[in-house]
Write a protein of this length. Structure first.
Length: 137
């Protein structure tokens, strides 16, 4: 009986592990006929973002701890995120970042799904930015 239960438990654990891997491997980036989310490392983000709109999608409390110079705060967790984001022209270059990159990727995908065509997100977020020696204000 113990051997049977051990086998069932092991099988359940393996099934769960496979299920989690499958969820994690599903594409999280959105591609539309006119746009693809482009992930940039801190150096690329620094070089390319100067001519675009830089959005910090963290909370106001997080932004108060420091932000990338020239960025505008637009809290992704607020219910009016898309309404506020719609104030930007859909063909503008939009550079998005958060703390570590997950939230900005989600925000960028959402904006692409709404018709934005030039959307970039900072891999690793502001933490990667700081580790790379770039300034915050």
């Amino acid at each position: 009986m113990t051997k049977f239960l051990s086998t069932v438990l092991l099988g359940t654990m393996l099934f769960s592990a496979c299920s989690n891997s499958k969820k994690e491997s599903q594409a999280t980036e959105v591609t539309t006929p006119s746009a693809t989310l482009i992930s940039l490392n801190p150096e690329e983000f620094s070089q390319k973002s100067g001519n675009g709109i830089i959005l910090d999608v963290r909370t106001p409390e997080e932004i108060a701890q420091g932000k990338i110079p020239g960025s505008q705060g637009l809290d992704f967790y607020q219910s009016n995120f898309l309404e506020k984001a719609s104030e930007f022209p859909k063909d503008s270059e939009i550079f998005i970042y958060c703390a570590v990159g997950a939230r900005s990727q989600e925000a960028a995908n959402l904006m692409i799904s709404q018709g934005y065509t030039k959307v970039y997100h900072l891999q690793g977020g502001i933490q990667a930015w700081q580790r790379s020696g770039y300034p915050i204000e």
